[in-house]
Ligand binder design. Structure first.
Ligand SMILES: NC(=O)c1ccc[n+]([C@@H]2O[C@H](COP(=O)([O-])OP(=O)(O)OC[C@H]3O[C@@H](n4cnc5c(N)ncnc54)[C@H](OP(=O)(O)O)[C@@H]3O)[C@@H](O)[C@H]2O)c1
Length: 231
């Protein structure tokens, strides 16, 4: 693996992925909404001179994927890790649903990664590893949904799962492997302090999994520990 591109790399799971990949000498493109505020990432850039590049990426903006493509300037991308996501604080329970909130979360969590994968598919196809990993959530699993609620988030991640599966079909002919991931319930701003899994553990597990993926795994949905999840 020579080059990876990670969205949402300024904090939480995305930042830890950037840190671990940079430590391994891998070139990291860290796509973040607000580069000026990404202080931990800026410190990483200073610590790993030349190995980390910060790229502006706001998933709510339609032209964001094209801007990322431009910043890559034709570089092959071994791993596109579409990690950025929001949990949405509104429209999660019956009785409080506002369609605009739901659509906004769908745009950020599902449509933006789809467009990014479409726009960067040539960069990935031109790389050695040819991997696209979509940071989904178990809450997007229809088969595993026995508790209800979380409407906007679940809808956006279920759509994202369909996108991962569809991309796997459409990009397989170009040698690209596409998987959906669940990082576990992780101690981040999104996961909250009561989450049982540390960021470092989830990311270590995910990177071990990413290392051993083959084209035969394309179109599958994996927990961080490598077990398969139902769609
Ligand atoms: N933590 C968990 O337990 C858990 C469980 C299942 C799935 N996940 C998934 O894992 C991924 C990472 O989550 P996390 O736990 O690391 O959460 P986090 O600490 O809240 O980080 C979320 C990241 O996504 C970025 N982001 C949000 N909206 C964005 C937008 N419009 N444009 C660009 N970037 C945006 C954030 O950037 P800003 O700083 O600019 O907001 C931040 O970098 C998400 O896709 C999440 O759904 C997490």
């Amino acid at each position: 693996m020579k080059t990876v591109l990670i969205t949402g790399a300024n904090r939480g799971i995305g930042l830890e992925h950037a840190r671990r990949f940079a430590m391994q000498g891998i070139e990291v493109f860290a796509a973040v909404r607000d580069p000026e505020q990404a202080q931990e990432l800026q410190a990483l850039v200073r610590a790993h001179k030349g190995r980390l590049t910060i790229v502006r990426y706001d998933a709510a903006q339609a032209d964001a994927p094209a801007q990322v493509k431009q910043a890559l300037d034709g570089r092959p991308v071994d791993l596109l890790l579409a990690n950025a996501g929001a949990s949405g604080d509104r429209s999660q329970t019956l009785g409080s649903l506002d369609m605009e909130d739901v659509l906004q979360l769908l745009r950020v969590n599902a449509l933006a990664p789809l467009k990014l994968a479409e726009v960067l598919s040539d960069n990935v196809a031109g790389s050695q590893r040819k991997l696209i990993a979509i940071q989904s959530s178990q809450l997007g699993s229809i088969g595993n949904n026995h508790s209800g609620g979380r409407y906007a988030y679940r809808i956006s991640k279920a759509a994202l799962n369909m996108i991962a599966r569809n991309l796997a079909s459409d990009l397989g002919a170009r040698g690209i492997t596409v998987v959906a991931l669940h990082p576990g319930w992780v101690k981040t701003r999104m996961g909250g302090a009561e989450a049982p899994i540390e960021v470092a553990q989830s990311v270590l597990n995910q990177q071990r999994l990413l290392e051993r993926l083959t084209p035969a795994d394309s179109g599958r949905f994996f927990n961080h520990d490598g077990t398969e999840l139902p769609w």
